[in-house]
Design a protein around this ligand. Structure first.
Ligand code: B12
Length: 208
């Protein structure tokens, strides 16, 4: 039994096996971060690679995503337990035109675990929705996720709208194709390659 079994189960699209193997690793006291990084997330990178090589198509990506999500559900109670001190308020969503939500969900779960109040708007979220929710919930930070290079530009639209309307929300951007350079270029306040980094960045941005 090993982390490799979790990786293999995702690449084989076996929901039952993913759930069983993640539970087994938890029972084994394996670090959650290791299950995530070397098991579930590494497997999704493999799936993306196989898609790029023409070995997998959209249905396979979707089946792997379902298997990964089943694994995340098992981990969720462990990811969202922790700091109960109320931190800032976060509005998070995947940007307009983009339906990828696994990474965004993971960021939301870890933010919750770190004590933030999180409003998750789901996928395909436009600027108006981000801003309307941020106003309604009196948010500190708007977090935007994008997995497609074609949807990244809408992050800039939101950042610009905040500036132009004289609003004070901080912005954080992330997702596989989003780089620190891109974040700086569009004027976002924060960026991170992964969910733990997203929590760290949100802590810094909301530090009073
Ligand atoms: C699963 C998947 C799908 C699933 C998504 C299911 C779901 N519910 O999410 C489905 C099948 C729907 C799908 C569809 C498509 N996909 Co797809 N997909 C993937 C795949 C294999 C995995 C993504 C994933 O979940 N990774 C795991 C998570 C945990 O990682 P993550 O999202 O990067 O998140 C982490 C960090 O980025 C960061 N993070 C994420 N969000 C945020 C936000 C903030 C604020 C911060 C700070 C950090 C942060 O923290 C996260 C946790 O550590 C990727 C390949 C890849 N390696 O990325 C392709 C990939 C993203 N897809 C791709 C493509 C082309 C498509 C389609 C266009 C295919 C098609 N022809 O229809 C469609 C687009 C649909 C749409 N409109 O969105 C391409 C994108 C190419 C590009 N450069 O734009 C990729 C890279 C595959 C490839 N190698 O070509 N896809």
């Amino acid at each position: 039994m090993s982390i490799q079994d979790i990786y293999d189960a995702v690449v084989e699209f076996s929901i039952d096996k993913v759930v069983a193997k993640v539970n087994a690793e938890i029972a084994n006291k394996t670090e959650v971060s290791e299950i995530l990084r070397n098991g579930l997330i590494a497997a999704m990178d493999e799936v993306g690679q196989r898609y790029s090589e023409g070995e997998f198509f959209v249905p396979e990506m979707l089946m792997a995503a379902k298997a990964m999500k089943a694994g995340l559900e098992v981990l969720k109670p462990l990811l969202s337990q922790g700091d109960s001190d109320k931190k800032g308020t976060i509005v998070i969503g995947t940007v307009k035109g983009d339906l990828h939500d696994i990474g965004k969900n993971l960021v939301a779960m870890m933010m919750e675990g770190a004590g933030f109040e999180v409003y998750d708007l789901g996928v395909d979220v436009d600027t108006e929705k981000f801003l309307a929710t941020a106003k309604e919930k009196n948010a500190d930070v708007i977090c935007m996720s994008a997995l497609l290079t074609t949807t990244m530009p809408s992050m800039e639209v939101t950042v610009k709208a905040i500036r132009e309307q004289g609003l004070s929300y901080k912005t954080m951007v992330g997702g596989a194709p989003v780089s620190e350079d891109f974040a700086k270029k569009i004027g976002a306040d924060g960026w991170s390659t992964d969910a733990p980094g997203a929590v760290e960045t949100a802590r810094k941005l909301t530090a009073k």
